[in-house]
Design a binder for this molecule. Sequence first.
Ligand SMILES: [Zn+2]
Length: 596
Amino acid sequence: MLNTQRTPARCKFLFVACILMLAGCSQQSSTAPSGATEPALSADLILENGRLYSMSWPEPSAEGVPAAGAPFVDGLWSPDAQAIAIKDGVILALGSTSEMSAFKGSATEVIDVNGASIMPGFVDTHTHIEELGATLDDVDLKGVQTEQEAVERVVRHIATNAVPAGQWIVARGWDEGQWADRFPTHALLSASVPNNPVLMDGMNGFGAWGNQLAMAAAGITADAQDPVGGEIIRDASGAPTGAVRNRGVALYREAVPPLSMERLENRLVNGLRIMQDSGFTAVHHAGVNTDLMAAYESLAAKDMLPIRVNAMISGRDKALMSQWISRGPTRFAGDKLFVQSVKGYYDGSLGARGAKLLAQYSDRPGHFGVSGEEYGFFTDEISAMLLTGFQVNIHAIGDGGNREVLHFFRDNFAINPEMKELRHRIEHAQVVHPDDFALYDELDIIAAVQPPFVAEDKVWTVDRIGMERAAGAYAWRTFRRHDVPLVFGSDLMGYDWSIFYGLHSAITRQSTDSQPPGGWFPDEKLTAEETIRGYTVNASYANFTENETGMLKEGMWADITVLDQDVFATVAQDPAHLLDGRVLMTIVAGDVVFRQ
Ligand SMILES: [Zn+2]
């Protein structure tokens, strides 16, 4: 049995902390001296003198106790290797620095990582990459506190970039959850920006407002009908205020003219480069429409994808779904693009009170949220995707939404039991009724969760659903106890995608100011090991690539992230220091795509 005592290790932690401060300040590259005898097998790249965690040992228990065989002794984690040798994009060997020098040939690049930690490449399993890329050409509203501040950013953008009259401006990132009870109207925006249509999109896509020109282009008039699953907010006289909720956002988005293919490809590459520089070797893109899919396919064909992409087909794009029903799940040549899943949209967000609850909202009596076909979920089309062999990943946030989605899976598995094997996911899996965790297990559903939600949503979650239901919210330990695999992501742009922020949120259930003390519903906290697995081993399972990536093992893809800190040691000492971490290097298929 394992010894999980933690006390005797304190002095060792201090020693580790000293190493951490030195790590990564001076990685050095060299090539082996010429004239030396060539080894029988010579590596393309060797990383040496690191703290390598392969993550290739067995899973921890449901309570987070490391497995026998994990490099965990006397309550202390230690690296299971120091160095790794890479050839032709795959891992040739790992071991001590001196063992790896056996693979140094005259053309081998050797990088001394100088005590930094070498981890399997991190994967963000829920992203919206085009929105990330768009930050380089749209107006960023993240962090705005007032309507006036938001409008000023748009005015400044127009002036700085000399945007011609008539050209659409998209601004995004204001917090619909925080502003749920005070959505702005068009008045100030129309007065300040009279010559360009402007869309002010919320950070989670559940609320927006526009100016007069945007309203006219989107057909948001006094006579307009509310769209299915959405609301045009109106004043006492029935006139639209300019603000919309839930699927009403689509009215504005559809009015924005489409980008050229070249600009779209550019936007995706920009987004992927930001992720690559943030230490991610792969992303799962949650909902890709016809245009984005064409851009991804074109980038894959030109070998221009900087990191790997699991592109989920948008479950709102019927034409794209029927196209892929004929093509079937596909892994593209080069193993950079995977199209094997569809993203369904089942209910709204909790912040904007769109998530479907079994009982009324605690802070809006008589209101239950919206779900299913009312929310734009295409039951027949998604069922057809499932029965064709696609993995189905459905957004469900409320306990009602989660239950209905579980029943959707159960009913389809009754028609074709083999479909249960396809590793279907529920995206967010945010509020789950205590009776329904067992159903997740029975149906083999993966819970795809975003740890940063806890750090940020905790300020209003109890208002929306009350204490009792909050106990089943973001319930990661409960999922583990029910043997439900967890995969982690950020849901960017709504939340910061920093890997250190994600790790910190999952491990502490605190915001960056270390609140609340001890963590929010601390029983649901995860260990460092479980959290890292959610971003690596489990993430590759969810992409059907667990035999190729997710851990560092001979023969697997050389997808590697190098960090300036040892996450295990930092967590043992003080998890707040995770937030000081930096990514030093990102390696995809043996290529160093980012190096600080
Ligand atoms: Zn999302």
